[in-house]
Design a binder for this molecule. Structure first.
Ligand code: SAH
Length: 372
């Protein structure tokens, strides 16, 4: 087997090869050289073999773990809180897609892209419940009540949220309210903006040479239930050169946030970037030292949604872009390097069909769908 050929020690010990490959890339490289390409090619096997073998490997754990069910097993009202990722339609989970196609009623936010909305079942009723900055289109309490009424009507209710529903998405509040009213809430995680955008730009959130921790912060100015930004965090703890900071909703408060970090000891030349419309065709990236980022963002006139990253991992951004040398100068990459791929409604149906057909598929490779 390939795994055994590449990682003989981990395989013999029953360790997952991936963790070994992350921890000791040099050892993996040596093993690869020793094994030789022919040996590796001979040891390739099919997806069915791999699944069967993995099943055997996990057998003991599966027996020990209690069986989990993904259905309520009854007619009690339910709401699905579904994360759809930061914008790139291919970052949807298969579970999100399945629920979007099964929904009777969909409540959606401002950050959900039109491409993603077009994948919802055409027979579903759609309701916009987004909040614009400064414009409170619909109070949160009203959203809670709508969700409750729809769920009690027995329909399949899907609440779509950008990114992950539990990361600065008020998913926790909606869940608490609904569960207190006897509605079962099921959360479908999504790729949160920090993870999706960093990955798209080739910036690792942690890296053994740069950062041992990641902090997700909100730069949101004081609202009903949060303390003012200046008092919200222990800045001395956040001003850690070995941590990556990711600031959600921080565009307006960046001129306040960056000086707070610098005053707490973070060097002003710590690499930082602001990314507007991450993972979409209109993505824009502005990079500068944290001390200069607010001015650079203002010059570039970035708009919401923008995510801010601070930390030495951001220096890796420019290693991938020859034209953009990181330094004192402002770097602006106007659009994504790669075209955004769009999953059409037909593609989504085919993807779901292929997932449903997995068990009976004679040849797994034939059932895979190429998405556009
Ligand atoms: N639940 C979401 C976050 C909602 S808060 C998640 O897990 O990603 C909204 C903030 O998220 C925005 O103000 C912005 O800071 C960030 N954000 C979400 N999607 C983004 C995108 N595509 N590009 C840039 N920032 C984004």
């Amino acid at each position: 087997m390939l795994v055994a050929a590449l990682f003989p020690q981990s395989y013999a010990l029953g360790l997952p090869a991936s963790s070994n490959s992350l921890a000791t890339p040099r050892r993996a490289g040596r093993a690869l050289l020793c094994a030789g390409a022919d040996d590796i090619l001979r040891s390739l096997h099919t997806t069915a073999d791999a699944a069967e073998e993995q099943q055997r490997r996990l057998h003991r754990a599966a027996l020990a773990a209690p069986a989990s069910s993904s259905s309520s097993g009854g007619d009690s009202p339910e709401v699905h809180l579904v994360g759809v990722g930061p914008g790139d339609v291919e970052l949807l989970t298969v579970k999100a897609l399945r629920l979007m196609q099964a929904a009777d009623l969909v409540l959606y936010d401002r950050l959900i892209s039109p491409e993603i909305l077009s994948l919802v079942s055409p027979s579903a009723a759609m309701l916009y419940v987004g909040k614009e900055s400064g414009l409170h289109t619909r109070p949160q309490e009203q959203i809670h009540e709508l969700l409750l009424q729809f769920a009690q009507s027995g329909r399949t209710v899907v609440r779509l949220k950008g990114g992950d529903p539990t990361v600065f998405g008020r998913g926790g509040e909606e869940m608490e309210y609904l569960e207190a009213q006897g509605v079962r809430v099921r959360i479908v995680p999504g790729v949160t903006a920090a993870a999706g955008i960093a990955a798209d730009l080739g910036v690792p959130l942690t890296h053994r040479d740069f950062a041992d921790a990641v902090h997700f912060l909100t730069g949101h100015a004081k609202s009903g239930c949060t303390t003012p930004l200046g008092e919200r965090y222990e800045w001395a703890k956040l001003a850690d050169p070995r941590a990556t900071l990711v600031v959600y909703m921080g565009l307006a408060t960046l001129p306040e946030l960056a000086p707070a970090l610098i005053a707490a000891g973070l060097p002003a030349d710590t690499p930082a970037m602001a990314v507007q419309d991450g993972t979409t065709a209109s993505q824009r990236v502005v990079a500068a030292g944290v001390g200069d980022l607010a001015d650079a963002v203002a010059d570039a006139e970035l708009k919401s949604p923008t995510l801010i990253f601070v930390g030495s991992v951001v220096s890796l951004l420019n290693k991938r872009d020859d034209a953009a040398a990181f330094g004192d100068a402002l770097t602006e990459i106007k659009t994504r390097a790669a075209p955004v791929r769009v999953l059409t409604a037909d593609g989504a149906q085919a993807l779901l069909a292929s997932v449903g057909a997995r068990e009976g598929a004679a040849d797994e490779r034939d059932s895979r769908v190429e998405v556009m």
